[in-house]
Design a protein around this ligand. Structure first.
Ligand code: NAP
Length: 289
């Protein structure tokens, strides 16, 4: 039986671990805050004391932590993945992180006789729960083929976009689009409410026409229920928009609409809503929700 490692049992990780457990894999887990892994440990996952221990006990190791700095710690820290025996192992980072860090991890893994993929995901907490995530990979074809079996257990779309870093670049393209759909959805609600319309009716109608999109379908209903729980954290979206804008600058392109979305989410974060879900953007207009 394949031994899988999973580091980072947060909103997304916990659901992915469940899909792996349901398919009879041995799943070794580690999370910075141990309590967040308790549920899946009760369900059959095996707790390990560090990323290094997870890696020593596994053939394939997934990471899904918060920020690039967390990825660095998990891979390069004193108890990190690269302190373990990794020859012939496959390392897959599902975190949304920087293309340059993905390239660095790939180089280190190759030097040590291992393979790696950057494989950020899209589809939100619901996609993770349903096992229907879209996974965008960067790395070599052998690593991609080797990852198919386990990644298919929690995804409905898994595509290789090119060498290391290409998965993260694809995810940045994805987030540039999401910046537009989130600000569009929010302004749609602000406008429709002021015009005295029935918001549920408007969302249903608009989502059947040319303005149809994932943010409207999945986040507008949460706003209407005043459910601002994450979902997808405001603080993580800000991180993604910063990476996208940094990469755009490196490539010499200007993305004014993405800059505006960053500015709005930055304002939301400054108001203390960084741990809300991204649908909380409406709070910039609806002060008392
Ligand atoms: P999350 O709930 O904050 O999960 C991240 C987990 O990683 C937390 O449990 C955290 O532990 C753990 N972690 C952080 N640093 C660690 C370290 N050094 N060692 C061990 N564990 C560490 O966030 P999430 O929503 O699952 O998102 C995870 C990643 O996926 C982010 O990069 C996010 O941008 C991306 N993403 C999220 C979604 C979404 O809809 N949620 C969708 C697509 C992509 P603590 O409990 O100690 O903080």
């Amino acid at each position: 039986m394949k031994r899988i490692g999973f580091i980072g049992t947060g909103v997304m990780g916990i659901s992915i671990v469940r899909h792996l457990l349901n398919n009879d894999y041995t799943v070794n887990v580690f999370n910075r805050t141990k309590a967040k892994a308790d549920e899946v440990v009760k369900e059959g996952a095996v707790w390990q004391n560090s990323p290094k221990d997870v890696t020593n006990a596994s053939d394939i190791v997934f990471t899904m932590v918060g920020y690039p700095s967390d990825v660095e710690e998990v891979y390069y820290g004193s108890e990190g993945i690269f302190k373990a025996e990794i020859k012939d192992k496959l390392l897959i980072d599902l975190t949304t992180s920087t293309p340059s860090l993905a390239e660095q991890i790939s180089d280190t893994a190759n030097e040590k006789g291992a393979r790696s993929l950057d494989a950020p995901v899209s589809g939100g907490d619901l996609g993770a729960r349903k096992g229907t995530l879209t996974v965008m990979a960067g790395g070599d074809l052998d690593a991609f083929n080797q990852a198919q079996e386990s990644v298919s257990l929690f995804s409905s779309e898994f595509t290789l976009h090119g060498p290391a870093g290409s998965g993260q670049h694809t995810k940045m393209a994805n987030q540039i689009m999401v910046a537009g759909t989130m600000t569009g959805m929010t302004e749609l609600l602000v406008y429709a409410e002021k015009a005295g319309l029935d918001l549920e009716k408007v969302v249903k109608t608009v989502n059947g026409g040319a303005a149809q999109n994932w943010s409207l379908a999945n986040y507008a209903p949460r706003v209407l229920k005043e459910d601002y729980s994450p979902g997808f954290f405001v603080k993580h979206f800000l991180k993604d928009l910063s990476i996208a804008l940094d990469e755009a600058e490196l490539m010499g392109i200007d993305l004014p609409a993405t800059k505006k979305a960053h500015e709005l989410y930055d304002k939301l974060s400054d108001k203390g809503f960084e741990d809300d879900g991204t649908q909380a953007l409406i709070k910039l207009w609806w002060e008392n929700v």
